[in-house]
Design a protein around this ligand. Structure first.
Ligand code: PHE
Length: 339
């Protein structure tokens, strides 16, 4: 029985299994316990020897049980420690990270280019008054050019600005010349959307006012911007165009060594010398607000361009609607460094 019990103790692989063996042999009604209990039935002369023998077996089993229990407990502890071990050399968890939208990046690039030329970056409001979006920009209510800007009108008579040009007026009301500003922001047009038209898009407006500002300054500025955006090979071209708030007005195009091998002139925005009627309207508004008339007779230029258009030309994006459809397959391509 001792041999058998020792065998069972050694083959117990869990503390539960060992407990079962313990109960079977040395528990209250275990086999050894029963043997001890039956000593009384033996003749007195046999009892002593038999008792000693059973007690020896019991001690051997107790010792073996104790040893096995220690071994199993240590193994369980080792297993737990191993499962809790941390490999400090493993790479960390990768958290998904967001990034700036391509249009934000292009606006940031543009702001950097203009800040290096000494411009101040300002922002304006998206809900505008007719007076600033149109009237003061030499576009009275009866002017047919209003049709160039299909407008979202609000119930209170205000509108969603159709361009960033109203900030020319707002800035001149508060500041005096000389001044150099750029105004990034959202604009809205009530138009059917297609691959090149969205009802919301962005513009960057520029305004420079001072004494003896010329068309040559305008051309140099646009050329500098084009090189900043498209690299040293970029060239710019101006074609006469019409904007009620400029005289003369022009549209400008860029050409650069395009990585996709297309080399054609691509139209980027509008510009021109600030119309004297704009300076007059600003002075009228200043006067009405109790301020000095300081703009009539000044010279200046203004320009406006769309970052969506720049992105489409630079990266070959075929449809403006991709920018705002929230399709991560499109947006995630432009999270890294822009080249
Ligand atoms: N505001 C004009 C537009 O939205 C662009 C422009 C700005 C043209 C400044 C000339 C001067 O189309």
């Amino acid at each position: 029985m001792q041999q058998e019990a020792l065998q069972e103790i050694h083959s117990a692989t869990t503390l539960d299994a060992l407990q079962t063996v313990k109960t079977k042999y040395v528990g209250k009604s275990g086999l050894i316990t029963k043997e001890l209990g039956s000593l009384g039935k033996l003749p007195p002369e046999e009892r002593r020897a038999r008792g000693a023998e059973i007690n020896a077996v019991r001690s051997a089993l107790d010792a073996a049980l104790k040893e096995r229990e220690d071994t199993l407990k240590r193994a369980a502890l080792d297993a737990r420690l191993a499962s809790e071990a941390i490999d400090v050399t493993l790479p960390g968890l990768q958290l998904p990270s967001g990034g700036l939208h391509l249009i934000s990046r292009i606006l940031n690039d543009l702001e950097g280019i203009y800040e290096r030329m000494g411009y101040t970056v300002i922002e304006g409001q998206e809900v505008e008054d007719d007076a600033y979006n149109f009237d003061a920009l030499n576009i009275p209510w009866y002017h047919p050019a209003r049709d160039l800007w299909d407008t979202f009108w609000l119930e209170d008579g205000r509108l969603l600005r159709t361009h960033t040009s109203p900030m020319q007026v707002r800035y001149m009301l508060e500041h005096s010349a000389p001044l150099k500003i750029v105004v990034p922001g959202k604009v809205y047009r009530y138009e059917a959307t297609d691959a090149t038209h969205e009802s919301m898009f962005h513009q960057l407006e520029g305004l420079v006012v001072g004494d003896n500002i010329s068309m040559a300054d305008l051309k140099g500025t646009i050329a500098e911007m084009a090189r900043g955006l498209f690299g040293a090979s970029a060239k710019v071209r101006f074609q006469p165009s019409y904007y009620p708030f400029t005289e003369p007005g022009a549209d400008f195009s860029v050409w650069w060594e395009n990585p996709r091998g297309e080399s054609k002139w691509l139209e980027l925005g509008g510009c021109g010398m600030v119309h004297q009627n704009v300076f007059k309207a600003v002075d009228d508004l200043r006067e009405a607000a109790g301020k000095e008339r300081i703009y009539e007779g000044k010279t200046g230029f203004a320009f406006g361009l769309g970052p969506e258009r720049i992105a489409m030309l630079k990266y070959g994006i075929p449809d403006i609607r991709y920018f705002y459809a929230n399709d991560l397959r499109v947006l995630e391509q432009f999270r890294g460094e822009l080249g």
